[in-house]
Design a protein around this ligand. Structure first.
Ligand code: NAD
Length: 326
């Protein structure tokens, strides 16, 4: 039997020592991890040619970088939204790109429900007023709401949309979804407790509009001024998909003018959201820094899958979750 030659895996996002430790614990035999100390071009350029595989979270992967990575045999993405990875350049170079849906639906589902509740119950205002020494026991009541009895509208009903629907069981809500690219069997409809509707119906009827689509030319600014105008004045908009799926300026104006009740956002254009951005000065938003799928538990699950998938490719098998065409 031929000796198996190990692969060097370059993690293309500078992370933290704790996370690197999790990665080491989840690394199968035969893989060597290589980390970046910084995102300085000199360091990145020196390390690219040493890698047999890239493991990548949200960093951009350009055609230039791919060309520079002379040994590259696989790119494993840590998530599923790969609009910053040049998949065409990978296809041209004959390098497969694999995604990592593992651990995501649960983490994003929980985070979405957290954001919905935080927006409805004004958790941030309650906390901040306590920290500032103010007791708003009565003042918060007129502007807070229950989730119970509301209609939750999910735009996009793939993995994360379904993850949210699962987490919502038990809240006694009506769940509707808009996704023109799927059909649901009767069994799935009852499993998720969901009805598929048109976008217009969803915008009109939902108390909470939550976005779960990939960023594509078709979904860019899927929620803009016109769509905001179709939503209830009491509606909450939640975005855990990609910043570009909403027209961020139009959402800011709708929030400022109280044309919708609140928004809870995890993703922005650009990222990071610049410090002091007008959105950060509103009292009807809840903002988190692109962490919906970012818990330690989800990270471990992702690393187990992603590094296992690289080991699978190293041993000559077809990687799981390969992006078609790469
Ligand atoms: P998925 O591919 O499983 O589901 C996406 C769904 O959107 C599909 O069912 C598709 O048919 C539907 N869709 C596509 N275009 C649509 C349109 N115009 N209108 C309505 N539906 C449409 O993807 P997913 O795993 O649910 O993830 C969705 C996106 O969320 C990812 O592409 C990624 O960008 C983002 N995401 C963000 C985080 C985070 O941490 N914030 C984590 C995971 C995923």
């Amino acid at each position: 039997m031929k000796d198996r030659v190990g692969w060097t895996v370059l993690y293309l996002n500078p992370a933290t020592p704790d996370l690197y430790e999790v990665m080491r614990e989840e690394t199968p035999p035969g893989l060597d991890l290589l980390f970046l100390e910084s995102w300085q071009p000199a360091e990145v350029n020196a390390k690219l040619p040493r890698a047999d595989a890239f493991l990548i979270a949200d960093a951009a992967l350009t055609a230039d970088m791919i060309q520079h990575a002379s040994k590259l045999r696989m790119v494993q993405h840590q998530g599923v939204g790969y609009e910053r990875i040049d998949a065409k350049a990978l296809a041209k170079a004959g390098v497969p790109l694999a995604l990592c849906p593992a651990g995501m639906a649960e983490a994003v589902g929980e985070h979405t429900v957290l954001l919905i509740l935080a927006a409805l119950k004004r958790l941030v205002a309650a906390h901040e007023s306590m920290v500032a020494g103010r007791w708003l026991m009565w003042e918060l009541r007129p502007s807070t709401r229950n989730l119970h009895g509301k209609t939750v509208g999910l735009i996009g009903f793939g993995r994360t949309g379904r993850g949210v629907a699962k987490c919502l069981r038990g809240f006694d809500v009506r769940v509707i979804a808009h996704d023109p690219y799927i059909t649901l069997s009767d069994r799935e409809k009852s499993e998720f407790g969901v009805a598929l509707v048109t976008k217009a119906t969803l915008l009109h009827e939902a108390d909470i509009v939550s976005l779960h689509v990939p960023l594509t030319p078709e979904t860019r600014h899927l929620i803009g001024k016109a769509e905001l105008g179709q939503m209830k004045a009491s509606a909450v908009l939640v975005n855990v998909s990609r910043g570009g799926v909403i027209d961020q300026d139009a959402v800011y104006e709708a929030l400022r003018d109280r044309r919708i009740m609140a928004a809870a956002l995890d993703v922005y254009s650009p990222e990071p959201l610049p410090a002091g951005h007008p959105l950060t000065r509103l009292d009807n938003v809840v903002l988190t820094p692109h962490v919906a799928a970012g818990t330690l538990d989800a990270f471990r699950t992702k690393m187990r899958f992603a590094l296992g998938n690289i080991a699978r490719a190293m041993s000559g098998e077809e990687p799981l979750e390969r992006v078609p065409g790469t």
